[in-house]
Design a protein around this ligand. Sequence first.
Ligand code: UDX
Length: 464
Amino acid sequence: MSSARVVVIGTGYVGLTTGACLASLGHSVVCADTDQAKIGRLTGGRIDILEPRLSELVTDGLEAGRLTCVGTAETAFGHLLRRAEIVFLCVPTPMGAGGLADLGILESVVKQIRETLPPGCTVVTKSTVPVGTATRLAQLLRRDDVSVVSNPEFLREGTAVRDFLHPDRIVVGSACREAAEQVAALYASLNAPVVLTDTASAELVKYAANCFLAMKLSYANAIAELCDRAGADVADVAEGMGYDRRIGQEFLAPGPGWGGSCLPKDTSALLQLADSMDFEFRLVRAAIDTNIRQHKRVVDKIREVVTGTRLGSLSQVRLALLGLTFKAGTNDLRDSPALAVAALLREAGAELVAFDPAVDPADSRAGLPFPVKDHAYHAACGADAVVVLTEWPEFRKLDWDRLATLVRTPAVVDTRNVLDVPAVVRAGFSWTGLGRPPRSAPATTVLPDHHAPESAPGPVGAPV
Ligand code: UDX
């Protein structure tokens, strides 16, 4: 197939990336959403999510006439749907009661469109859905002339466009081989390996892959804890492990825990699926438990740095949190480990002030229970420790000499091991990472007067 007529329902980060990228591959794409205001913004080339190159692809698609954005309530939507060859369903499948994905939105969309779909059309699930969903949707559709295909996405936030255009693989599952090949053909120009399979296997690939990544991260965090106790350096241990091609260098960096909109949801869903089939999936359970313990470990580490003991009180302790998003390169706060750690710190009585390059202090949508400042220097005023929770590269470029004049105590807990440690200690700070030997300021350092000013610091340079 050279160019296909595609409709994408749902313009979240998966739907919009899918639509904009398919348009860039030459297909004729309609992106539809119930949120009319969002469609209005998209039509004007404005996108709500922070995703490199996405805005550019949307604008290019609109200008070239290959991309159209439409509200599902508009009459035009019905006309466009009637001409579709392939319809992608990219609506949210949030974690429902008991950890299983909630398919309410997906099912209601199928009921809304089933009468309108043209004969011979293919409906594709792109969102992560429980194993068996494609079969269930086929029953809901009640259309023998419409095929259902599972084509899971493997997009990471922050690199979604690159991941889409340079995929490691394309997975397509269907009971109808012809429909699966029709969907695979959409990606033909990407020259990626294609796995053609049945729907249950395609649906399971997504969970199996994401849960494996979660286990790898929990393992890396546990190894970092061991390194702390054994006096080893996790950077070297991870590098040494990663050269083994069966392991690989990626996903071995310790942190405050894994989060985001996928891994927590998918690990819970796989566990539920296994439970429902009377299989106790202990590895995945352990990965989740290790992740929850990781938040607590980070809090214990902060306690130790600030009070000298893992049992010390954090009451009245002021902490400057750098980074709130679940990882760098996104403005997504969903299931962020930084927020999980912040909640525990607040419970322990700490006073928090935060800064994140992607969180606007004036945006009340974040709904955070502590103040967010517009740069790191404001957040650090009077702090008993600076705690790095997201690996924003900007934090490496902070002026630590200047920070030393603002904080009450020059201590840094770097839960992402992201800082330029020599620069930090040269400025008189102690540095504590995860799984790496702590570093203290050289004895010769002349510490500035650490009585932090009550007022905000003067003009700042880069808005870091
Ligand atoms: C993930 C999967 O990677 C992707 O394939 C899937 O389609 C959706 O879920 P995403 O949620 O965007 O993507 O985040 P990812 O980059 O995988 O990071 C997940 C979490 O692990 C983040 O909290 C991140 O900070 C953490 N992480 C990642 C680490 O702590 N260390 C690492 O080395 C890598």
